[in-house]
Ligand binder design. Structure first.
Ligand SMILES: Cc1ncc(COP(=O)(O)O)c(C=O)c1O
Length: 314
């Protein structure tokens, strides 16, 4: 499965590069005690013109939004953090990699009013292949509907990509893997389909691409947005709507989107093969294949970057 972090050499911390092994925080930092950390996951791809980072400014804007929501905005403008990400990839001599910017509350405050804990900003990067394992992108993955739900709006603010929110996601993932699945899909508090543990979800039914509304239970994924734009480019009709659980069993096609997961087909839900409800053959469907191919062509620089999604590292 997803495997361990592959070490690089340098990590950026507040304007300096520190050696990988020295990139530590104190045990009693607010981030460790209470989960006060917001982060991003960004991919950098090898392209014919050198390494390029996918939708970097959008990810940095979301990082700063997350930090603002938790009242821990760092003193860096978007451009400075964009440069930090490029620098980390360059200085580590990485080509295709995963970039992890983090803003966290460090050591100082004893309790929950954490203004005495300094805001620390970090950017790490390491090589990382297919998140859902070898073969996932080609053949698809087997998933379940989790018995863990997404948090209700006005509990954890989902517009913030905050570390603490991922405790529930870890429960979903652990349960899914223990039960023999690769991933889990969660419903929200209203019982409607929300998203995966770390991915947005798309369905295809009768030629229409469907994805759940951003209803305050799921992250506004940057890959989700890219796929919506690629679908529009390809003339595929798109609908954002409420998605009842049973739609998963009736879909012609299903797939996840996310920075780590990219565009990963889903081949079964709760052991029911996707795309077979009306006697179809199942397997990875044509719209999934098309959008996956279009996505990979853009990110790897094979297709024209019509939307300006790639930031060169060099
Ligand atoms: C909970 C959750 N949903 C969706 C996504 C997909 O978002 P993106 O495409 O911006 O990576 C992620 C990954 O960041 C996530 O953690």
């Amino acid at each position: 499965m997803s495997g361990r972090i592959g070490e690089a050499t340098w990590i950026w911390k507040d304007g300096e590069l520190v050696a990988w092994k020295d990139a530590t925080v104190h045990l009693l930092s607010t981030a460790v005690q209470f989960g006060s950390s917001v982060f991003e996951g960004i991919r950098c791809y090898a392209t014919p013109r050198g390494p390029a980072i996918f939708r970097l400014p959008e990810h940095i804007c979301r990082l700063l939004d997350s930090a603002s929501i938790y009242r821990m905005r760092p003193d860096y403008p978007v451009d400075a953090l964009v440069e930090a990400c490029r620098r980390v990839v360059r200085e580590n001599d990485l080509e295709s990699c995963y970039i992890r910017p983090m803003v966290l509350r460090g050591y100082g405050a004893a309790g929950l009013y954490a203004v005495d804990s300094p805001i620390e900003t970090w950017v790490a990067a390491w090589p990382w292949g297919a998140y859902l394992g070898a073969g996932a992108l080609e053949e698809g993955v087997d998933v379940c509907v989790s018995s863990w739900m997404r948090a209700a709006p006005n509990t954890f603010p989902v517009a913030a990509k905050a570390a603490g929110h991922y405790n529930a996601a870890q429960l979903m993932k652990a349960q899914a893997v223990a039960d023999g699945y690769s991933e889990a899909i969660a419903v929200g508090p209203g019982g409607l389909v929300s998203e995966g543990s770390g991915q947005n979800l798309f369905l295809v039914r009768d030629g229409v691409l469907i994805t759940p509304f951003l209803d305050g239970t799921s992250l506004s994924g940057i890959t989700r947005d890219a796929v919506l734009q690629l679908a529009a480019d390809a003339g595929i009709p798109v609908r954002e709507q409420h998605v009842p659980r049973e739609s998963l069993y009736l879909a012609d096609e299903l797939f996840f989107t996310g920075t780590a997961s990219e565009v990963t087909p889903i081949r079964s839900v709760d052991r029911i093969p996707v795309g077979t409800s009306r006697g179809g053959p199942g397997g990875v469907g044509p719209i999934t294949r098309r959008l996956q191919a279009d996505f990979m062509a853009v990110v790897t620089g094979e297709a024209e970057d019509r939307h300006g999604w790639l930031t060169p590292v060099g």
